[in-house]
Write a protein that binds this ligand. Structure first.
Ligand code: M6R
Length: 595
């Protein structure tokens, strides 16, 4: 959450910073700001609201021909979204931007800044006053002193009028990369600076970088010099346009078949798997993730248990990290994350490693911290995902889990070989069925029109259908703000069915052909109490409901991949009819880098 950017030695810093902020707006979008040093003076512009409002505000200022600057897009943690709380923050000659949370800001204020009048309600402001207070013998010393005192997570970019030719960066538990090109750059995400750099340095926790116009030096917090290996950075074309689509989310739903095809093709071809992994049958596997990635993990459990006969525990990362998990070298841990930067998932990874577990991560962003720190990485090939609500990355995560499940079963000899061959073929063709599932969009638009005013909905399913229901429920609630609940269909009658009344919307996910008759009973139970049920089902499975959305038949293990498509589309169209900000829903950010 929050995105920071910095540049030095460029011909015009303002457009570099604003373009970078636009690209990182998915990280937070309640306010944004930049600071540049021009003619020895710092100029700050910051605004509540979207980056577009910052850009508007900059129009009314003379465009600084500054070569150095920093920028920030915010997801508020301390202090409401406002111009005052927006970054950068300034004290004396220092100006900084921050991503993370300074957990001991109250204590630091009490100890060092009793007489300082704060201009904002942020935790961040303390850091900039400390820099000013400790400045006596150069910025670097003041920065190291401050960094040693801060607790929590912080990626900082700092400029100072005393040394206007240097950009200072610090990383502790919040992502930050720096790079060289025509000038030097720093950003929370390489996407912000992707076409500017040819050389990348990944900063590690506890490091400071000093960026001059054509070189970068690294130090630890004791100011010992660090030598870091440069990496050649492959320029990527940044998928920043929506093409003919009204929103990124819809575009990304339509990119889902391709995301699945590319992920499967990367690791499975006519000669078999090329995962580069030699698994030994473990006692248990832990799958740990957040949000939709956790829901993908719930599907993964079904696959691993039924094919590879390995018991699996699936946990949300925020619970796992503090649960004293019973993991060891005998229990590998799989972390699933689109961004690879989710704070809880990263902490879970570190906890698992500390306890001796081998870690495997399923990640969409190659340069991310989780990918870098995992023992083994299975990269999903969804490409950049911009909409906050994940769709194609979730689809790619499911495919990665299918790949692993079949591969484990093959390696451990736990499933019939012929059946596994059939599954491999079915997996290779899965993208075609997912593509055909998109044909339901016209039907979905009509349903969305009818449902646009509902104030609640229930999603039910059995087995993997419950995992799909959980994802469907999250999708609808996060972008349309309709209260939704997902329930294991058989559990409804243990309490929640009391909420069903005339015209309550229930969406039933029928992914388990073998359990269709059981789900049918649950559908009948809620219908007889007045619910209007929309069933999502595969062509081979008969279900009777008020309305049925039928998607192509696939191997039963992969049914979530096709059945999630109508639910993603339904969420999208309902949110659109309600006039919601689909790509940037309120209160959310794409990459949750705080606890
Ligand atoms: O980047 P990650 O996959 O680790 O993100 C995890 C969740 O924050 C994410 O899936 C979130 O739930 C999405 N907004 C759901 O659409």
């Amino acid at each position: 959450m929050c995105g920071i950017i910095g540049c030095n030695g460029v011909s015009a810093a303002v457009p570099v910073l604003t373009l970078g902020l636009e690209r990182m707006e998915y990280r937070g979008y309640d306010s944004s700001g930049i600071a540049v040093i021009a003619d020895g003076k710092t100029e700050i512009t910051k605004k509540k609201g979207r980056v577009s409002e910052l850009i508007n505000a900059l129009r009314f200022k003379p465009q600084a021909t500054a070569a150095i600057g920093i920028g920030h897009t915010r997801w508020a943690t301390h202090g409401e979204p406002s111009d005052e709380n927006a970054h950068p923050h300034q004290s004396g000659k220092f100006t900084l931007v921050h991503n993370g949370i300074i957990e001991n800001h109250t204590e630091l204020k009490e100890q060092y800044l009793k007489l300082t009048k704060m201009k904002s309600d942020t935790d961040t402001e303390v850091a900039v006053h400390l820099l000013n207070r400790f400045y006596s013998d150069g910025c670097l010393k003041a920065l190291a002193h401050t960094a040693r005192l801060l607790e929590g997570s912080f990626a900082l970019a700092v400029i100072c009028e005393e040394e206007p030719e240097k950009l200072f960066c610090v990383r502790q538990s919040s992502p930050l990369v720096v790079g060289l090109g025509e000038g030097t750059y720093a950003a929370s995400d390489t996407a912000a600076i992707s076409e500017k750099i040819h050389t990348l340095y990944r900063m590690d926790d506890g490091e400071i970088a000093v960026l001059e116009k054509d070189k970068i030096e690294f130090y630890d917090f004791e100011l010992n010099k660090i030598r870091k290996a440069p990496e050649k950075f492959e320029k990527s074309s940044y998928a920043s346009d929506k093409g003919n689509f009204e929103h990124f989310m819809l575009k990304e739903i339509y990119e889902q078949p391709e995301a699945i095809r590319r992920t499967v093709d990367a690791y499975l071809n006519e000669n078999g798997f090329n995962l580069g992994l030699k698994p030994q049958k473990p006692e248990r596997i832990f799958i740990v993730a957040c949000g939709s990635a956790y829901h993908a993990g719930l599907v993964g459990r079904r696959i691993f248990e039924s094919l590879a006969k390995i018991p699996v525990s699936v946990e949300t990362a925020s619970e796992f990290r503090y649960s004293e998990p019973l993991v060891s070298e005998k229990t590998p841990v799989i972390i699933i994350s689109q961004s690879g930067e989710t704070a809880d998932s990263l902490a879970a990874l570190r906890e698992a490693k500390k306890r001796g577990a081998k870690t495997l991560s399923i990640i969409n962003v190659k340069e991310s911290t989780i990918a870098t720190e995992s023992d083994f990485v299975l990269l999903t090939r969804a490409g950049p995902e911009i909409a906050v609500a994940t769709t194609k990355a979730y689809g790619a995560q499911l495919s990665a889990l299918y790949l692993l499940g079949i591969y484990f079963a093959e390696s451990f000899g736990t499933a019939d070989k012929k059946e596994l061959e059939k599954m491999k073929k079915a997996l290779t063709d899965l993208h075609k069925s997912v593509s055909a599932a998109l044909n339901c969009e016209e039907q979905i638009k009509e349903i969305a029109h009818r449902l646009r005013h509902i104030d609640r909905a229930y999603f039910i399913g059995r087995g993997a259908g419950f995992a799909a229901a959980s994802e469907g429920s999250l999708k609808l609630k996060e972008i349309s703000y309709i209260h939704c609940e997902a329930y294991a269909a058989g559990e409804m009658k243990h309490g929640t069915i009391s909420l069903i009344e005339k015209d309550t919307t229930v969406i039933a996910m029928n992914t388990q052909t073998a359990l269709a008759h059981k789900l049918q009973s649950n559908i009948d139970e809620v219908r007889s109490r007045g619910a209007r049920v929309i069933a999502v089902t595969s062509a081979d499975s008969k279900i009777s409901a008020d309305e049925t959305i039928t998607v192509p038949e696939v191997h039963p293990l992969f049914a979530v991949s096709t059945q999630i498509v109508p639910v993603q589309l339904l969420s999208y169209h309902i949110a659109r009819l309600r006039g919601c900000d689909i790509d940037k829903p309120r209160n959310l950010a794409k990459s949750v880098t705080v606890e």
